[in-house]
Design a protein around this ligand. Structure first.
Ligand SMILES: NC(=O)c1ccc[n+]([C@@H]2O[C@H](COP(=O)([O-])OP(=O)(O)OC[C@H]3O[C@@H](n4cnc5c(N)ncnc54)[C@H](O)[C@@H]3O)[C@@H](O)[C@H]2O)c1
Length: 275
């Protein structure tokens, strides 16, 4: 995080702020927690994996609040514990996610898990946080979505569809409450070298691995985008071009994605191409 040291946060500095990061025992969440702490924030570290939550909290001088950050009960408990420790929550990073693969036949359990962890965790957190934030006239919601929410993820329909849902909810929050002091950010990386990437199999190998970046780089871009007041956080510079192609030339974009699917099916990896 040395690139951020001493950088002006244009009146939006996080020093002293109370920050919650879900799924922060590993990967992107751990890097976000570390980056916020390095900027002087007071960080609550959540993860289902209690040992890893405690280890990260200890490393960064944060507070561990292990538990489920997706179900209604778990979210309520986490937010109560965080408020007790922090006084108030200034920033909530809804980062925990589930990499659910499969297609139309993935089955009801897989679809329900993806919906619960990737979308409803955000809705439930917002339900708990909004009354206080609207009363105070400020609050910041950082949704870890994915480039899959702007584009798609091959071989993982439940993941792609629910990440689109997470993006839609973040957009709705921002459009609805911007004038009342709520700041919303949608973090949309392509491949990031974490345990989740390791578990994405052949599609991850073809689509994500060739341009994968480190979690620390994602966290650095996130803090920069927060400082700049940007809704969309794009750690990979090429994502904006793919997103524009999807909007302006959808058939061309879909042809390109389908070629990648054929590459996955044939078992001959090649670097993803634009469009
Ligand atoms: N790795 C990538 O390539 C990539 C790309 C785009 C988006 N993302 C998103 O980034 C987020 C973090 O993923 P990651 O790559 O760091 O994976 P990761 O597996 O390294 O870390 C995810 C953490 O979330 C925790 N977790 C899962 N469900 C939880 C729950 N219900 N409550 C609390 N904690 C829970 C896990 O225990 C784990 O420690 C996810 O939302 C993921 O969809 C990842």
């Amino acid at each position: 995080m040395s690139g951020l040291a001493g950088q002006s946060l244009a009146g939006q500095g996080v020093a002293g702020q109370g920050v919650v990061v879900t799924g922060a025992g590993h990967g992107i969440g751990a890097a976000l927690a570390e980056a916020f702490a390095a900027q002087g924030a007071r960080v609550v570290v959540n993860d289902l994996d209690a040992d890893s939550a405690r280890a990260v909290a200890e490393r960064i001088g944060g507070f561990a609040a292990p538990g489920d950050a997706a179900g209604a009960e778990g979210v309520a408990e986490l937010i109560a514990a965080a408020r007790k420790h922090l006084g108030a929550i200034d920033v909530y990073c809804a980062n925990a996610g589930a990499a659910v693969g499969g297609g139309a036949d993935a089955g009801p359990k897989a679809w329900a898990t993806a919906w619960d962890v990737n979308v409803m965790s955000h809705v439930r957190a917002a339900e708990q946080l909004l009354p206080d934030w609207l009363e105070r006239g400020e609050g910041r919601f950082v949704a870890t979505v994915s480039a899959a929410g702007l584009l798609t993820m091959l071989d993982a329909a439940p993941y792609a569809v629910t990440k689109h849902g997470a993006l839609a909810f973040a957009e709705w929050l921002s459009a609805t409450y911007r004038h009342r002091g709520l700041r919303v950010h949608a973090l949309c990386p392509q491949g990031v070298r974490t345990r989740m990437l390791d578990a994405t199999g052949r599609a991850g190998e073809v689509l994500l691995a060739p341009t994968a970046i480190e979690p620390a780089a994602v966290a650095e871009t996130t803090l920069r985008s927060i400082a700049a007041g940007e809704f969309l956080i794009l750690p990979h510079s090429e994502t904006a071009g793919f997103y524009a192609a999807r909007a302006t030339a959808p058939d061309h974009w879909l042809d390109g994605m389908n070629r990648l699917q054929q590459t996955i099916d044939q078992g001959t990896a090649k670097t993803p191409e634009k469009g």
